[in-house]
Design a protein around this ligand. Sequence first.
Ligand SMILES: *[C@@H]1O[C@H](CO)[C@@H](O)[C@H](O)[C@H]1NC(C)=O
Length: 438
Amino acid sequence: MARLWLTFGILTPFFALFIVQQTSLAENYWPWFLATHPDSSQASRQRSGGVGHGPSLIQEQEQELGQGNQKPLQAPGPPVADRHASNVEGNLPETAFVRRIVAVGDLHGDFGNARKVLEMSGVIGAEGEWTGLVDFFVQTGDIIDRGDDTVELFSYMDKLRDQALAAGGMVLSHLGNHEWMNVIGECWRYVYPSEIKTFGSVEARGRMITSGQIGKSWATNYTTTSRLPLHPSLGPPNADYDPSFSSPISHSALSFVHGGLAPTYPDLTPYPSKINEIASSLLRKLQTRKFPLVHPPNPYPGLPKTATKEENRLYGGDGPLWYRGWALDEDEGVKGGLCDRADAVMEKIGVRRLIVGHTPDFEKIVSRCGGKIIIIDTGISHAYGGVLSALSITYSLTPLPPTEGGEARWKERETVVAVYPDRQDILADDAREITGEL
Ligand SMILES: *[C@@H]1O[C@H](CO)[C@@H](O)[C@H](O)[C@H]1NC(C)=O
């Protein structure tokens, strides 16, 4: 056994070097772990048999990485018992309002690791049941592909959704570019025969994601983006941001989407309904057309002929499913750069953070611009062998004694924590005082 590990340990760097060399020698550098938009030059290269990857090596790595130490059930952030306790300033603390959110990125067919991240972040217990410790669980898409547990994962998400609702919580699910690729009929290069077997056949798989339970669930209970208000005075999840609504906490909300909301994307507002309506319409067209023949080897089917300009743009390179600017743009510290663009988008859509998946960092959840941009894809699936992670956000609003003029006063606080099996990193802990009626 020890010898096996030793051999593995010696060989791993060589494999890593080999992969790096292969990819960097490639004409247009594009790491193997990033899926490519069908219109891009990388995509055509991959379609014609270019860059590939070896799941078996990655799977071996997973066996080494995946055994996170089990921790007792405990939600990150302030201990639950203290959440309504009277330890904050002032003496009206019983009415403190607390909302807890956990968000998880790309899961790619790995049920075991999905369970682990949900458990370590307090969303579920050891039996996989909704604990009620968290108010909202958000998943940012790409549940399908690269692993075998597609059916199991989607049906588990449906079960969790029901349990959450029954307990007064909510599951917010999103479609990633991989869900879309599959319903378009492309992307079979990320699907393994062992996964297709779980559906029975390629045809059965096609039926399942269109007219079958998975397809119905996508059409009913999945959106492409979400606006999640942190306080009920801003309305329920996915209520549109109304720029004419004036409140000291008008932007106390989070945006979730798989790829990103590009500054150049024309259909950002009304947010989030505009994007979600375009997406629903496109999904309906895709799910009701004759399901295309498998690509490859058959030609790329593309979007339906009846798809509108907006629907094409939704699935475009700067559309919400594919955009990678928030993760890859390099002008973070520059005036007029990344953070200013994020501010402009957030001002427009009424949120305070842009939370996305899609572009993995295998070591950590990436926080940019002081937590305004958070990228939560850490390659959780064994297909990548990245670190297990979840993002935990605790929002609280605590009444303070009124101003001398009798105006209501509050302390608003948002603690953003990256949760890993062996540690928690605070990404942001922002507090502000608010005056006025909510
Ligand atoms: C959507 O979610 C609701 C609430 O959990 C559930 O009752 C319903 O069956 C789901 N719809 C589909 C098509 O899965």
